[in-house]
Design a binder for this molecule. Structure first.
Ligand code: FES
Length: 320
């Protein structure tokens, strides 16, 4: 089903940047201007196979963009979203695309350090292009990939403030020399796989927290997950949710059908109403207002011993 904020866009270009990364250009079929976006924004695309997947916009954007550009890495261990984008999408395919959302905003700063791991370069490329186009003098980039062949936009990061590091050639890069000295005049932006994000989080523990910006599309599997009890409001069924299971999986195992798509907290398909209890929100999709009465069951958990949940039509109408 199409939501009110979704656009139907047509793929106007599709080309491989590396053996596993493909670039797609999306435009309005009638040529209309698209909703504005700024560096760091992402859109949620419904793939032809029906998965909802979140992809960063790789261009800096602006007030009246005519196209959205995303890059998709084929994830052979994934659940089919990237495979559908690679196998089912051709020039001319029309896709449902959300309006851009930005939870990874570029804030003003005298200095920047960008750390990108693999396909995590996508939002960072948009930021770096914007800053360098504006003539910002201090924009350093650490771009970590497996090999030169698997480095999208490699030719764009060959300046004196850029370090491109290939682990196949040189092993893992030691980040400590880049992070040892905290600097209130530097903002660090990092996007990449979970181990890189965790390393940056750990190595910047002595920095002012407001200077560290981490982009996390997938569920935060590094967070500590405590067990709790979920109560399914329609029939009072009590479901134990152990540390190793999501609320979504625990409900399903007990016969409660809950729809899902991304299972990474970015699409909102598995949103449930919260009738009682406190939620530890780990999603990237709900607004602050929605968080007062909802939980994203695939990633979020209870912050109380018990959480009473129900289908969306149980959402309380009396909340502001
Ligand atoms: S299934 Fe997409 S947010 Fe849970």
């Amino acid at each position: 089903m199409r939501s009110l904020s979704e656009l139907r866009l047509r793929v106007s270009e599709s080309a491989d940047l590396t053996p596993t990364v493909r670039r797609f250009v999306l435009k309005d079929p009638g040529g209309s201007v698209l909703p504005a976006h700024e560096p760091g924004a992402h859109v949620v695309i419904t793939t032809p196979a029906g998965h909802k997947r979140s992809y960063s916009l790789v261009d800096p954007g602006g007030a009246e963009p005519r196209e959205y550009v995303v890059c998709v890495r084929r994830n052979r261990a994934g659940r089919g979203g990237s495979a559908s984008m690679h196998d089912d999408v051709v020039v001319g395919t029309e896709l449902l695309v959300s309006a851009p959302v930005n939870r990874f905003r570029l804030h003003p700063s005298p200095r920047y350090l960008f750390i990108a791991g693999g396909i995590g370069i996508t939002p960072i490329r948009a930021m770096v292009r914007r800053l360098r186009a504006e003539g910002h003098p201090d924009v350093r980039v650490l771009y970590l990939t497996q090999s030169a062949a698997e480095t999208p936009f490699l030719q764009e990061f060959d300046g004196p403030q850029d370090t491109v590091h290939h682990s196949d050639d040189h092993g893992l890069l030691d980040l400590w020399p880049h992070l040892a000295e905290p600097d209130d005049d530097t903002r660090i932006y990092c996007c990449g796989p979970a181990p890189l994000m965790q390393a940056v989080r750990t190595l910047t523990a002595h920095w002012r927290a407001s200077r560290i910006h981490l982009e996390q599309f997938a569920a935060d599997h590094t967070a500590i997950s405590l067990p709790f009890t979920a109560v399914w409001a329609p029939d009072g069924l009590r479901v134990d949710v152990p540390s190793h299971l999501s609320l979504l999986d625990a409900l399903r195992r007990n016969g409660v059908p809950v729809e899902s798509s991304c299972e990474a907290g970015v699409c909102g398909t598995c949103r449930l109403a919260v009738l009682a209890g406190e939620v530890e929100h780990r999603d990237s999709v709900l607004t602050d207002g929605e968080r007062r009465s909802s939980v994203v069951a695939c990633v979020s958990r209870a912050a109380s011993a018990e959480l009473v949940v129900g289908p969306r039509d149980h959402l309380r109408k009396d909340l502001p």
